[in-house]
Design a protein. Structure first.
Length: 287
């Protein structure tokens, strides 16, 4: 039980110095923890990105201007210490936030558009329609396909601390509402670490960090603030569903440098992580 033992150790070392805080200030963040999961649940996780966090795939760079929140439960394998992620009770394991993105359709190669899409694009520009684009990071697989290794996170190793398959939903009047970088069949898989990366060129190694550890809730909540999980070794697939019936896919891939090989992408998750035992949450949080 490596993850829980490490949490307990940090909590016991700090409990005497941490004053008790009002329940509503520290426990309500676990509101989506799946406490009604039919099997015994070990703990609850709440994590939130800060403004320094970003996600990149080719020329698509999503800055987390608005925070993205992860809320899940977990079961720990007593022999291996592995954590099995359990989806949030209301299915909101990762919040979907429309982040501002560059106007991705301004420099599109019209020769790569189908004839129908080329005519639609020219009419789109002639009408002076906005090229404002939003980008939303979405889970491409169920939350149970995520990986979480608190031992790796706390020890700043090259082992995956957090891994999850995602896709980027791009939206503006031209590309429509079904335009994605990646898909449920071909997601962007990013194994975030707090250690040093080993990317293929042209990227060079970058290093994550654990952040500052606090203990809240009378010693029953472990909080890590300023943690930095990084990866710049992953590849990204291309887009699909852009324009009418995917007629703009080739043009968008050309404009966005997709698919992009390993060593040309980089992402960082900077923010906070909170963990508490499931029973502690059950005792202190009232739905």
């Amino acid at each position: 039980m490596l993850g829980l033992c490490l949490v307990a150790a940090f909590a016991m070392s700090a409990i005497a110095a941490v004053p008790a805080l009002a329940k509503n200030n520290v426990w309500n963040k676990f509101a989506e923890c799946p406490l009604n999961y039919p099997e015994a649940l070990n703990g609850c996780i709440y994590a939130k990105t800060g403004p320094e966090a970003f996600f990149q795939a080719g020329k698509v760079v999503v800055h987390f201007v608005k925070p993205i929140v992860l809320q899940v439960g977990f079961k720990e394998n007593e022999e291996t210490g592995e954590l099995k992620v359990i989806a949030a009770e209301q299915g909101r394991s990762v919040t979907k936030v429309n982040e501002p993105a560059p106007p991705l359709t301004e420099d599109i190669n019209t020769e790569a558009l189908s004839e129908a899409e080329k005519a639609r694009y020219e009419a789109y520009l002639a009408a002076g329609k906005s090229t404002k684009t939003t980008a939303t990071i979405e889970l491409a697989k169920p939350a149970e396909d995520m990986t979480l290794n608190e031992g790796a996170l706390l020890q700043e190793t090259k082992e995956t601390s957090l891994g999850f398959p995602v896709m980027i939903h791009l939206s503006n009047p031209f590309v429509g509402k079904d335009c994605y970088v990646g898909s449920t069949q071909s997601p962007i898989n990013v194994p975030f670490i707090t250690g040093e990366t080993e990317p293929p060129p042209p990227n060079t190694p970058i290093h994550g960090k654990l952040g500052t550890i606090n203990v809240l809730g009378e010693g029953r909540i472990l909080q890590i603030v300023g943690d930095r999980l990084v990866n710049n070794s992953y590849a990204s697939p291309g887009v699909q569903g852009c324009g009418k019936s995917g007629g703009a896919d080739a043009a968008m891939n050309s404009a966005l440098g997709l698919p992009s090989p390993a060593g040309t992408n980089s992402s960082e998750l900077v923010g906070e992580l909170n963990q508490a035992g499931a029973e502690a949450v059950r005792e202190n949080f009232t739905r």
